[in-house]
Write a protein that binds this ligand. Structure first.
Ligand SMILES: *[C@@H]1O[C@H](CO)[C@@H](O)[C@H](O)[C@H]1NC(C)=O
Ligand SMILES: *[C@@H]1O[C@H](CO)[C@@H](O)[C@H](O)[C@H]1NC(C)=O
Length: 606
């Protein structure tokens, strides 16, 4: 198309292209960020994406002008283009694939645990969004409404109709806030719990909901400033966890099976199960011992539904009296072995409390039966078998947690007690200062960060949780991921700040559905995984879990980002390289990305 020109003309026209293209891209990115996020028609987004295509030459141009010196020889070859996967992969979860699951034993729910594809089974294509996909409604509307097109499964509305979980209305699902165990709504139910558990004054901040359904409990706790990590297996009820994340509520796919939960010890202020179908009594209370591990001293465990109050309910539950009685006996026995104190039992809800330290458990159970785990293995969980042992209290009690929100910036007990090698209180303060500065710089780059446009946020390499603390707001929540290969195990610190997170190995698929995060922060991830596994796989996984028109902020060394930028050039992402806030001479740079809006083809329906 471009006419041949002499040297002069070429210079001038390339400057013009540069300016025009730069403006074009600027407005494009601005437009993409501003227009999306209101759950409106995808036609707008489509239009933007179409116009945006003309800008595809820009990013490298702007990049050149900033870094010509350091970049050395830029690899000019075309990036590899990744094609969309077949639309049957729209809801693909690599490590919870139904076909693969069926090849594993059902015993102890092993088949519902993580089983990731082998190297040669990995997909190398882009997971398509379903036709008609729209950006979810902004919070708090999203708590109650999810666009049908985003998770087009009506089976729950039929199966759980009487339980008031979810209703189908026109082109949206409505969540009335009911649950199997709270027919009067989650708020009323939480009020009942709050009569026993100090939910109101910030003592209880982090919670774990095991077998969460559509996470209404977690959704309604948010207005009380309690952050719940909910998990449920990927099962026949189609996509409960997906609904939770579409609603803007933290959740992951997970199950209590044979492997330890991917959370550190002493993390949660409260754990909860309402009719979660977890067999708490079996194997000498193996699963209760795991809950005990992740509960902080003084934390609470709530069980509502069977077998609590079975005498009045066994007929409606359609279960034999003897079974329920035996299950109750086993649970009480395990709780006694763990030295939990029963605080209340009312209706079908029972609440226990874990003792604050081992001394307050005077008449601990017959010690012969209490088999303790090794003290230094309390946080070693990744693919580690649950051994059915009791996690001992730490030798040095690390001190009281401040109530939230003071907890967010107080020095976490694990740091003040020196339990995180190489991290002092001063390092912690420094880290907080640094992240406040970085996040302020992000705010200048992307004005929408504080507006609620990004609700589900992931920090892929959270460190001490400084990013999440700096961005903290009731409009959003952050899944703080601590890579299993990270040099320092800091996830316990993250929880002590009143934030939530999970261990993960980025060489594998994350335990979530596609399109579940609005913003991903990737700090030092690619330096960390250099030589560990294929960067392409990590980036494709990021593309899978990122919503269309969602954003990624990479922060890494410039040479790392150049390689990343090249790979994502074939992934339908728009990119922009930005200097460190301290200027162009800092080798650490920031790469900002917006995933284009596109949906899969359903013309070739099976
Ligand atoms: C919060 O409430 C509980 C129970 O009422 C009380 O024991 C605790 O001291 C309170 N904590 C703070 C920080 O006010
Ligand atoms: C959908 O199908 C059409 C025609 O076969 C093709 O041109 C287009 O690229 C496809 N889009 C995607 C996202 O696969």
């Amino acid at each position: 198309m471009a006419p041949k020109a002499n040297a002069d003309g070429r210079t001038r026209s390339s400057v013009q292209i540069f300016i025009v293209a730069g403006l074009c891209c600027f407005f494009y990115i601005l437009g993409a960020w501003q227009r999306s996020g209101f759950g409106k028609g995808d036609s707008i987004a489509l239009e933007i994406t179409k116009n945006g295509a003309d800008c595809s030459i820009i990013p490298s141009l702007t990049f050149d002008s900033h870094h010509a010196g350091e970049a050395g020889n830029i690899d000019e070859s075309k990036p590899k283009v990744f094609e969309p996967c077949h639309h049957s992969y729209t809801d693909y979860t690599p490590c919870q694939d139904q076909k693969r699951a069926m090849t594993f034993p059902r015993e102890d729910m092993n088949y519902r645990e993580r089983h990731c594809p082998r190297e040669e089974e990995k997909l190398h294509c882009l997971i398509p969004a379903p036709k008609g996909y729209v950006t979810p409604f902004p919070w708090p509307k999203s708590r109650d409404y999810v666009p049908y097109a985003n998770a087009p499964y009506k089976s729950l509305t039929v199966e759980k109709a009487v339980q008031n979980w979810i209703q189908y209305e026109g082109n949206v699902f409505r969540f009335p806030g009911g649950g199997t165990q709270f027919p009067q709504g989650a708020d009323k139910y939480i009020d009942q719990l709050a009569a026993v558990i100090p939910i109101k004054n910030g003592t209880v901040r982090t919670a774990l909901d095991t077998g969460c359904g559509v996470a209404s409990w977690g959704a309604y706790l948010l207005s009380r400033h309690v952050l719940a990590m909910s998990f449920a297996p990927r099962d026949s009820h189609e996509a409960q966890v997906q609904f939770a994340l579409e609603r803007g509520v933290p959740a992951v796919i997970g199950v209590l099976g044979t492997i330890r939960l991917p959370y550190p010890s002493r993390a949660f202020d409260m754990a909860h199960c309402s009719r979660c179908l977890i067999p708490w009594g079996i194997n000498d209370g193996k699963y209760l011992k795991e809950v005990d591990r992740v509960l902080r001293p003084g934390g609470y465990w709530v069980l509502s539904g069977p077998p609590i109050n079975w005498k009045n309910n066994y007929i409606s539950w359609q279960r034999p009296k003897e079974d329920l009685e035996e299950e109750e006996r086993q649970i009480e026995e395990a709780a006694k072995l763990l030295c939990w104190e029963k605080k209340s039992e009312k209706g079908e809800t029972a609440i226990w409390q874990k003792r604050v330290d081992s001394d307050s458990c005077g008449d601990r159970q017959d010690a012969s039966r209490a088999n303790f785990c090794k003290a230094d293995e309390a946080d070693s969980v990744w693919y580690k078998k649950m051994e059915g042992c009791i996690t001992p209290y730490p030798e040095v009690s690390s001190g009281e947690l401040k109530p939230f929100p003071k907890r967010l910036y107080a020095v976490p007990p694990r740091i003040s007690s020196g339990s995180v090698p190489g991290v002092s209180a001063e390092d912690y303060e420094e880290d907080n200062k640094k992240w406040k500065k970085h996040v302020n710089a992000y705010r200048r780059i992307n004005k929408l960060i504080d507006t609620g446009r990004y609700r589900n946020i992931m920090d892929m390499n959270a460190g001490l949780g400084g990013f999440a603390a700096a961005i903290e707001s009731p409009k959003l929540w952050v899944m703080n991921v601590v890579p299993t290969i990270a040099e320092k195990n800091t996830l316990g610190v993250v929880y002590e700040r009143g934030l939530i997170g999970i261990y993960h190995d980025w060489c594998e698929g994350f335990s979530t559905y596609p399109r579940t995060y609005d913003l991903i922060h990737s700090h030092g991830v690619f330096s960390l995984y250099n030589g560990k596994c294929n960067w392409e796989d990590i980036l494709l996984e990021m593309d899978r879990i990122l919503r269309p028109e969602g954003a990624v902020i990479f922060r890494d060394e410039v040479d790392v980002l150049i390689k990343v930028k090249k790979i994502v050039g074939g992934m339908r992402w728009d990119t922009k390289m930005v200097d460190h806030e301290d200027g162009p001479l800092v080798p650490e740079k920031v790469l900002v990305v917006v995933k284009q809006y596109w949906v899969g083809n359903s013309t070739d329906t099976q």
